[in-house]
Design a protein around this ligand. Sequence first.
Ligand code: UDP
Length: 139
Amino acid sequence: MATNRTFTMIKPDAVENGHTGAILEKINAAGFRIVALKKTQMTKRDAETFYAVHNERPFFGELVEFMTRGPIIAAVLEKDNAVEDFRTLIGATNPAEAAEGTIRKLYATSIGENAVHGSDSDENAEIESNFHFAGREMF
Ligand code: UDP
């Protein structure tokens, strides 16, 4: 996959709270092109695999519980410098520390229920995109 792509999820909290449209609008306005998009729900096994890097952390159980409690929107996005620019658009992990105007500042409720995911490297963007989408679903 080209390195100008990133992977995102609109997390269960933001979907439940009706923020899907507003978040997609912000992503669009920031110049990201949608490569793939779907509404889906992660199983416990999906979430444990997706977040395996955190499996020793104290919040792991809560994170898996949260990410599986309802549907998410999964998407692959394309733009120059996608990974870094998307992390800037979403803001800090903890919404209390997120910059004004960022998606997490606007729509997240806590450090755990923080509205959106954004890949942290080109390598992880590719792994995460392939976790959720088949090659024929990315355009
Ligand atoms: N998380 C949490 N408690 C913490 C830190 C992280 O519940 O103290 C959750 C949160 O949903 C976060 C995810 O675990 O988005 C992954 O954490 P990471 O540090 O990778 O943050 P991100 O890259 O999502 O900003």
